[in-house]
Design a protein around this ligand. Structure first.
Ligand SMILES: [Zn+2]
Ligand SMILES: [Zn+2]
Length: 817
């Protein structure tokens, strides 16, 4: 066995192993291996933003602990990594960087420019994932913007189309006027904003008026009816009567609508196309006309008459002024209200009608619920988040977007008869915007000209087939070996998008759930307890953490920061503790390596009481850590192992056996051998238990101390320790606890007298209190005198006066220096 050097350069060690692991290829999934069970991780392909933040560090540490643990448990682990490339921010950045508009050029030319940004950002994030020491199989890397991935996205669309899950139609959709695209329900966020409630008088046909309270007077041109609750006695008599809409100068009928809340505003509401989702429901229910007055850029259109071309805010102001002039504006009041905003740019969303492509997702709701119950959730209560979300959806998933940098929808229309032409699977990948369909003429009318679909897919349409794609679909015949994925790890914030879309896509395509278990992580909070964000000034950049303390310390923070699924605060103190732990681990391994130079692992030894005490406790830690990792309770595993290592092993055991290791001439060679044996065994187990969390430092120590004996190429492919029931020795633990307590009390006594620990104590008398305790302490005479440097010690059975031993009130001692 080699000895470890005094200095440990953790950052250098990490860099070295990251390179070596890749050269060794130990993280490759072995398709040829049919013996080991497989374990497939559905790694999320992140959006290449160029910023691998502490939230990502938390997620990837979770994935990697699972991968490393399962590998040691004997699984053939599949840990892929892809990139979810398409996205609006890249389009915007490209336009700004080159001072161009995406509509200035052919889509594939614009796409090339976008790809350059994406490649750059992937590079940054890939470096960070490698610096974190993730055991990803990089031979699996894929990018959703590559045509080979389009092929899969487009094929899944073609198959869903043929199965009747896809339709094209005019339906109201959430629309971001800033991003100028439709967005799905999942991308709408709700924020409380300050609005103004306008009380507007709607003149009745003959005499008088009804007052409507609304925050959106600019929608008056789109008002199609006025509604009251049928049970509201104040207004019952007006149902069916005509009323005049101000600004629009239009007559509408007053209708009865149960959804109207008599308590809100005046109890009279205007129904516009569309102010909100309730309007959409009323329009459908009562067969009302649709009059749109806002365009796709968020400006008033021709239906707004003289207000056309104004922005929404300008129109609101102008109309309020005009209403006031006409004596129709009763009053204005401030109102705090929930507003739906674009998840990306926070602009309030509008509800517009436009032809879109949809996937029939709502008819799968029961199926989603049923399958959610068949999936193991960590933590369990996250299941309801998916079920509640699925049930809350009013609309099908709008899968088309009005953008350029995205996967094209493989559809054309006959120029003459408008028939839809769907691509055949063997045409894929294809971009209809630049390639015609591979047919001579329209199958319906025989005309030869086609118009491409210029809309593209929602990015989630790319990334919600990962479970099948990771498994090798559609190219590998044996893709079902890895499907459904064993674990789908996801953030709490994307259950409603990622976990949900994966579920509906795979259910629709394969009639099977995509994953067997779902591992949910919380968000990372700043040290002030608020969500970490650059704008709040509580942001910590990952490179700062890595360059100061390295990956193994950061991984310890991620693993131990809190219960799985809960929000985890970032605290420098936790990372520093992780760093100090690494130094402690290094020093104890170095100490052991110096004392193990003449040790042969095959030697038979007779263990001492404290050796059995330690090994019994270690066997229990193996049990606890194993069951915690089986349940993905990383913080419990990390704390168990680290506490055992630092306190039980380093502070108590090592201190209590030093005299045996240093002075065999006094304490006996067999007792030295027993301590060597215990050290050898314990450190190896500790390294193995820590390896999934502290991947680099454990590898370095393993390679220096154990690789030659153990013959595993890496600690990460060594078999996970089986809890050794034979080692469990309750009696040894009880006895050992007392001995350790006495040693620690005597050392505390020295410290309180301000004497160095190696001060010789002339005489110690222990009053054991019982025959049993006296017997135990007599057995351990040498351990106590050797460790505490006591010249003479006697143990008396009776009770006596003196310093009390912590946790053993009947045992006391008197020391004479
Ligand atoms: Zn937006
Ligand atoms: Zn035709």
């Amino acid at each position: 066995m080699e000895t470890l050097p005094k200095q440990c350069n953790i950052l250098k060690i990490e860099e070295k192993w990251q390179k070596k692991w890749e050269e060794m290829g130990i993280y490759h999934f072995d398709w040829k291996d049919k013996k080991r069970p497989t374990y497939a991780i559905d790694t999320p392909p992140p959006y290449p933003s160029g910023d691998f933040h502490m939230g990502n560090v938390l997620n990837w540490t979770y994935f990697d602990i699972v991968a490393r643990y399962k590998r040691m448990r004997g699984y053939n682990v599949y840990f892929p990594q892809g990139w979810d490339c398409h996205g609006l921010p890249t389009e915007v950045e490209t336009e700004e960087h080159y001072g161009i508009s995406k509509t200035d050029m052919l889509p594939d030319k614009f796409r090339k420019l976008c790809e350059q940004f994406v490649e750059k950002y992937i590079g940054v994030m890939k470096t960070a994932i490698k610096q974190l020491g993730c055991s990803i199989d990089w031979t699996t890397e894929y990018k959703t913007m590559n045509p080979d991935y389009w092929r899969r996205t487009q094929l899944s669309f073609v198959l869903l189309y043929k199965k009747g899950f896809i339709y094209h139609g005019t339906h109201p959709v959430n629309w971001c006027p800033r991003c100028e695209t439709a967005i799905a329900d999942a991308e709408v966020e709700y924020e409380t904003r300050e609005g103004t409630l306008h009380f507007i008088r709607f003149p009745l046909e003959h005499k008088g008026y009804l007052t409507v309270a609304t925050t959106r007077p600019e929608l008056l041109p789109a008002c199609v009816t006025v509604a009251v609750n049928p049970n509201d006695d104040r207004y019952k008599q007006y149902i069916g009567k005509d009323i005049n809409v101000p600004i629009a100068k239009r007559k509408v009928k007053i209708i009865a609508e149960d959804m109207v809340d008599p308590e809100f505003g005046t109890g009279v509401v205007m129904i516009c196309t569309y102010g909100d989702k309730a309007d959409v429901k009323s329009v459908a229910k009562h067969g009302l006309p649709v009059i749109m007055c806002i365009d796709e850029k968020g400006r008033m259109n021709q239906n707004a008459g003289k207000y056309a071309e104004m922005t929404i805010a300008e129109a609101k102001k102008a109309m309020a002024k005009d209403l006031n002039k006409e004596g129709l504006l009763e009053k204005m009041e401030p109102l705090r209200q929930e507003v739906g905003v674009c998840g990306r740019c926070k602009t309030p969303i509008e509800i517009l009608e436009r032809e879109q492509w949809f996937m029939r997702t709502r008819k799968l709701t029961d199926d989603v619920e049923k399958n959610s119950w068949e999936i193991a959730w960590y933590p369990d209560y996250m299941r309801t988040r998916l079920i509640d979300w699925a049930k809350s959806l009013d609309w099908d998933w709008v899968i088309s977007r009005q953008r350029v940098f995205a996967t094209p929808i493989p559809i054309w229309y006959c120029k003459k008869c408008k028939t839809t032409v769907l691509a055949e699977p063997d045409w894929l990948p294809i971009d209809p915007r630049i390639q015609p369909p591979k047919i001579e003429s329209c199958p319906k009318c025989g005309a030869g000209e086609f118009v491409p679909e210029i809309d593209v897919f929602d990015t989630w349409f790319d990334s919600s087939i990962t479970c099948a794609v990771h498994a090798g679909w559609p190219d590998r015949k044996d893709w079902r070996r890895l499907f459904p994925a064993d674990v789908h790890p996801s953030g709490i914030d994307i259950i409603r998008t990622w976990a949900y879309y994966l579920m509906v896509r795979h259910l629709a395509l394969f009639n099977e759930k995509p994953y067997k278990s779902c591992l949910i992580n919380g968000m990372v909070l700043g040290s002030d307890g608020r969500k970490m964000s650059k704008s709040l000034g509580n942001y910590v950049a990952t490179p700062e953490v890595f360059s100061k303390y390295g990956a193994d310390a950061a991984r310890q923070w991620a693993a131990s920061g809190g219960a799985t699924g809960s929000d985890i605060p970032f605290r420098w103190a936790d990372v520093e503790y992780g760093w100090r732990f690494l130094i402690k681990l290094w020093n104890v391994a170095r100490f052991a390596s110096q004392h193990l130079q003449d040790y042969g692992p095959t030697e038979r030894v007779k263990l001492e009481l404290l050796d059995r005490w330690l090994l019994s406790k270690l066997a229990k830690v193996v049990q606890k850590a194993t069951s915690a990792l089986e349940e993905y309770q990383f913080n419990i595993a990390a704390e168990e192992i680290r506490n055992f290592t630092w306190h039980t092993f380093c502070d108590s055991y090592i201190e209590a056996v030093k005299h045996r290791l240093y002075k065999p001439e006094t304490y006996g060679e067999t007792r030295r051998k027993a301590a060597q044996h215990t050290l050898y065994l314990a450190i190896y187990r500790i390294l193995q238990l820590l390896a999934p969390i502290i991947s680099h430092t454990t590898e370095e120590i393993y390679q220096t101390l154990y690789a030659e004996d153990k013959k595993h190429r890496s600690i990460h492919v060594s078999p996970w320790p089986v809890p050794d029931k034979k080692m469990i020795d309750e009696e040894a633990e009880r006895y050992g606890d007392l001995i350790i307590a006495v040693i620690e009390e005597i050392r505390r006594d020295k410290a309180e007298r301000r004497k160095p620990l190696n001060t010789i104590i002339k005489d110690v008398t222990i009053y054991a209190g019982t025959t049993k305790s006296a017997h135990i302490l007599n057995m351990a005479q040498k351990d106590i005198t050797g460790t505490c440097k006591i010249e003479k010690m006697k143990v008396l059975e009776r009770k006596g006066k003196g310093r009390e031993i912590r946790d053993y009130p009947n045992v006391r001692f008197v020391a004479e220096y």
